[in-house]
Design a protein around this ligand. Sequence first.
Ligand SMILES: [Zn+2]
Length: 91
Amino acid sequence: MFDYSCPGCGQCCGTSLPDHVGAPCHLCAAAETWERLPVETREAIDTAIRRAAMPGLLAMRAADPPIRLPHATDLLAFRYNAGVIGDSMDR
Ligand SMILES: [Zn+2]
């Protein structure tokens, strides 16, 4: 196991792969993906996430280029951290 600080947010990361040392953590990678998305796509995804996690994941897969699992779950966590939470979600 290798421990290092994420270059984006400085939080402690661990990896079993030496090649991954110094790579952004999952949330920072998700933030980068999010910033590359067009505004309309972001709005479609946020609207879907507010309904529930599943429509959110489907909206990400429908994005261009598609965001697939497991990265889609990182993006979902990133949006939850940003305060996009569906009213019907169990937390
Ligand atoms: Zn980070």
